[in-house]
Write a protein that binds this ligand. Structure first.
Ligand code: FES
Length: 296
């Protein structure tokens, strides 16, 4: 049975069809000798190709010495992995019990009809892939649909067309200053309680949040917008889409990670304390826009 997690590769572009041996070997090299690293290896391959091509899985099996059947059992267990190329926009519609009783089947039918595909399929123009899941952890808000990492709650059949149009136009275009869901927060390290705010580097017109990040063999700075609801960032080096990044306090050098996993992609959440009380958590996977704010 597949584990029900939503899809991790939020910025997925159309999948690459051909496996480049050098790319896969490069990814394997990063995880050399890491016996527990199969999931991380597959995550990076999927970030590279948009899915897990058979050729890449064979190379992984060959080079790590793991039987191919083991590699496939991991690749097919996690719902975040796909063995088929996906479209540019990924739609996950929840059909769990709570969403079901609130009308999710009608929403899914409308999605199928408007896209002209069944669940699990990709549109011929490779724009949309439609998947259904059994619970996205937001049951009270059902029916829930996640498109490219954006949660939509209480979705009605009549809203489907607009959501598809918005996906094509890009959800990332938030109007700073007009959108009431966006407001500035100041944050501190949960270990040393020192400020993570950087007055010298503005994003969205506000001081940014500065942390150190480590991904693969690279380490450098990451600056995040301090506007809650804005996803604008600036990084010292390029992070592969879908990669899980370690967030480190630039003052005490301790890693910021929560014991809870992301409800969308299961990557560790990154906690920061909000000035004035509360905690904000963001997903550590590059491209996953899941975040939570709990103001005490
Ligand atoms: S049943 Fe749909 S979010 Fe839980």
């Amino acid at each position: 049975m597949k584990q029900d997690t939503a899809i991790s590769n939020k910025d997925n572009t159309c999948a690459k069809e051909e496996v480049d041996l050098k790319d896969v070997l490069g990814i394997l090299e990063k995880h050399n000798g890491d016996k527990g690293g199969l999931i991380a290896i597959l995550e990076e391959i999927q970030a590279e190709y948009g899915y897990l091509p058979e050729g890449a899985l064979r190379i992984v099996s060959d080079k790590t010495g793991r039987p191919l059947v083991d590699v496939y059992s991991v690749a097919t267990f996690y719902r975040s992995f796909s063995l088929k190329p996906r479209g540019k926009h990924l739609i996950c519609a929840c059909l769990g019990t709570a969403c079901h009783v609130r009308g999710a089947p009608r929403v899914v039918e409308e999605l199928k009809q408007q896209l002209g595909i069944k669940a699990g399929q990709t549109t011929p123009d490779k724009q949309f892939t439609l998947e259904t899941v059994n619970c996205l952890g937001a049951c009270a808000l059902g029916p829930v649909v996640v498109i490219d990492g954006h949660y939509f709650s209480k979705v009605r059949k009549s809203r489907v067309g607009q959501l598809l149009d918005d996906a094509l136009n890009g959800f990332g275009k938030i109007e700073i200053g007009k959108d009431k869901r966006i407001f500035p927060i100041d944050v501190t390290c949960p270990h040393c309680n020192r400020s993570l705010m950087d007055e010298t580097f503005a994003i969205d017109g506000y001081p940014s949040i500065r942390v150190t990040i480590s991904s693969g063999h690279k380490e450098g700075w990451l600056r995040l917008s301090s506007l809650y609801g804005s996803y604008n960032t600036s990084t010292e080096f390029e992070i592969p889409s879908g990669a899980i990044v370690s967030f480190i306090c630039p003052h005490c050098c301790r890693e910021l990670h929560s014991t809870s996993g992301c409800s969308v992609c299961e990557a560790p959440m990154v906690p920061m304390l909000v000035d004035g009380g509360g905690i904000v958590q963001i997903c550590s996977r590059h491209g996953c826009k899941n975040h939570m704010l709990d103001l005490a």
